[in-house]
Structures are given as C-alpha cells and as structure tokens.
Write a protein of this length. Structure first.
Length: 416
C-alpha cells in the first residue's frame, strides 16, 4: 500500500474549468455554422472539389483526436509530470463521444466516394489492370467496414481509458490500481493504433490515387497526427495557464517539457517526409512519380517550399531556444503556427488529387480549393471543438487520483 498517496485533500472544485471555456463553445458554434455554410456553397460550384475539401477538414480533425489518444497512451506508459497536467485535454479530445462524432462525420465521405475515389467507378476498374488487382480490397462495402472497425478500436480504447480515469478520481486512495490498468491497456493499444492509422491513411488518402503507393505513408501519418495533437494540446494548455486553477499548476518547466516533445515531433515529421521523397525520387518509377509531379507544378510548388521552410525549418530553429520553450505565450504562438502548417500539409496531401485524372502529371492549385479547404477545416473544427470543450468542462482539469498528481503540483508550485 506504499503506492497510496496523500492527495485526497484535493477536490473537483479545486480544479474546476474556468468560465471562459463557455465563451469558446459559443465561438465554436459560430465557426461551425459559417465554415460549413461556406463549404456547402463549394458543393454547388464544384462537386468533386467540395468532397476533397471536406476530406481535408475531416482528416485533419480525426488526426488531432487520434493523435491525442496515442499521446494519452504514451503518457500512461511513460509516466511523468508532463503528462499529468495535459491528461484531461488528451482525454477530452479523444473521448468515446468524440469518436462517435467523427464516425458520423464520415458519412459525407461515403456519399462523395464516387467523386473522391476512382476505384468506385466500375468502368475504370474494368479498363485498368491495377484496379482489377486491387478490387478485393478497394471496394465500397469493405472500405466502409474498415472505417467502422478503426473507430470501434479507437472508441474502445478511449472508453476504457476514460472510464478508469473517472473511477480513479472517485477512489483516490486506490488510484494506482486504475493507473496500472490504463498502463496495461496502453501497451497493446499503441500497437493497435499504429496498425489502424496505417490502414486508415491508405484507405482515406493514398487510395485517392489508387495507382500510387508508399510504404512509409502510414508512419508519415502517425508522425503528422502526433504533431497535430501535441501542438493543439500546447495551445489549449497555454490558454488555461492564464486562468485559474491551471495558472497555479502549469509552470515553465511543464512547457519546457512539452516544447522539447514538440521539437522532437517536428523533426520526426520532417524525417519521414524526406525519407518518402528520397525513396520515390531515387526509384523514379512511373507509378510513383506523378504524385510528386502534381505537387511540384501549377502553383503547388509554392506550398511544397512553404512546408519545408515553415513547417520544418522555422519551428525547428525557434524550438531550439530554451527560453522560448519556457515562455508559455511564445510557445503557444509556435504551437498555433504549427497547427496552421499541419492544415497546409493535409491540404497538400489531399487537394491535388481533385481532377488529377484530367492531367496526371500536371498540378493546378485552384484558389477556390484553398478557400473551401479552409472553410471545411473551420466548419468541422467548430463542431469538434464544441464537443471537446463540453467534455473538458465536465471534469476537474487535473486527474485527482493520479499517483503523480502531487509531483506535478509541487513542480508547478516550485516554479511559481
């Protein structure tokens, strides 16, 4: 019983969410209405472009939720005060209800499958040997079934991690028991996450060009989704750190730890992206190079250079600074910038595939694609963020029964 800690004095009221979160919910609803309305206008102008834009917004926000689920499991496996202070944010962003919402938001992707995916056209499959060979995997019923399976796995992991976390708060004296359960689940959970994200990235994005393939694509998505999630968590933590009760909890040392992790994820994403480019460019195979050629022509080369300079080089150089990582406002600004660049990266992966059959080797960056892509991200994000804040307000902002709670609090009090 030596693992029982003496932090029973803390109550839910001590870590109640600040009232400002309620205003954020209102802003989220406004953003959802405006964004989705503008996205709907896109459907009237260009059907195919609309569904590609919707897919950009959808994949980005699924990435934030799935990435938060992965970080939550990593936190349970690794421990440490850095994870205790962000655990509620991770749980709210990857809650079972969130997974249900994201599964429902997949319905427009199914409805637009004929506009998104060439392999849904029977005539295209009949005249293409590659599509014939892939037909047992690339068919709509199996495609829908796999997506349901991904969300079932993510939802089950999120359900048990959230339920045990709630019970840990209710039974503080035995909090270590539930922590042990969450740690035990997180090991195989990480393996399931890696497998499901790999298949989801192939199904939703790689299959937009069914003749193209990359063996590193799933790993690239894992790194990108982890980066999106961490940048979002840092931005929310900075917001909370300016208000009680988290003002008295979050310290420069916490942000320093999160900043170092953000730097690691930026480098990881850059490494995976460069590895994919290097392998495909050196292979120079006609099945693979059109995918990059479309992104290096017709205006897309500007975004390609921007990803190198603004998604990697600038955050990398800024995050090398110890002082910046310990400054909540500056780190929050870098995190928000990374979120914007993550949206650009997802847009760069998906949007060039619209109308690509019309000119396989030439890209064309349509300004309307940028507008409606941004609208979809904002619209879906408004719905997503409303539910996120709703979940965050339901529980105390710190896990009351976590055995490492006192360590995390003393860490903050020492620096404040």
């Amino acid at each position: 019983m030596s693992e029982v800690h003496t932090h029973a004095a803390h109550t839910a009221a001590d870590f109640a969410a600040p009232p400002e979160l309620g205003r954020l919910q209102l802003l989220a609803i406004i953003a959802a209405v405006v964004g989705l309305a503008l996205t709907a206008v896109g459907a009237l102008l260009d059907h195919e472009q609309f569904f590609h834009s919707y897919l950009v917004g959808y994949v980005f926000w699924v990435g934030v939720s799935a990435g938060c689920l992965a970080l939550l499991m990593v936190q349970h496996l690794a421990g440490g005060a850095w994870g205790v202070v962000i655990r509620r944010v991770l749980e709210s962003a990857s809650s079972p209800l969130m997974m249900v919402l994201l599964l429902l938001l997949f319905i427009p992707v199914v409805l637009g499958a004929h506009d998104l995916y060439e392999w849904t056209h029977a005539e295209a499959v009949r005249t293409n040997e590659i599509l014939k060979w892939k037909a047992p995997y690339l068919n709509l019923p199996f495609f829908i079934g796999r997506t349901i399976l991904y969300f079932a796995i993510w939802g089950a992991l999120a359900y048990f991690l959230n339920v045990w976390s709630n019970r840990q708060d209710e039974d503080v004296a035995h909090g270590y028991i539930y922590e042990r359960r969450m740690r035990t689940l997180s090991g195989p959970g990480i393996v399931l996450f890696a497998l499901t994200v790999t298949f989801a990235s192939v199904d939703w994005v790689m299959a937009l060009d069914p003749e193209w393939y990359s063996t590193i694509f799933g790993i690239l998505f894992m790194g990108g989704w982890g980066l999106s999630a961490l940048a979002f968590v840092i931005a929310v933590s900075v917001f909370l750190s300016g208000r009680r009760p988290m003002h008295d909890v979050l310290a420069p040392a916490h942000f320093h730890d999160l900043g170092k992790l953000l730097l690691a994820f930026v480098m990881l994403w850059a490494y995976f992206s460069f590895s994919q480019l290097l392998i495909i460019w050196s292979g120079n195979l006609p099945e693979e190079i059109p995918w990059y050629l479309r992104r290096y022509s017709g205006g897309w080369q500007v975004l390609s250079i921007a990803l190198i300079v603004l998604h990697f080089m600038l955050p990398f150089l800024l995050l090398l600074s110890r002082d910046l990582k310990r400054n909540a406002r500056l780190l929050g600004a870098v995190a928000l910038f990374v979120i914007v660049m993550r949206v650009v990266d997802v847009f760069w992966l998906i949007a060039p595939e619209a109308h690509h059959r019309e000119a396989s080797y030439v890209g064309h960056l349509d300004p309307l694609a940028v507008l409606f892509g941004a609208a979809a991200v904002i619209g879906i994000g408004g719905v997503w963020f409303w539910l996120f804040v709703w979940g965050l307000r339901k529980r105390p902002l710190m896990p009351l029964g976590d055995p490492l709670l006192e360590k995390a609090l003393h860490h903050g009090q020492h620096h404040h």
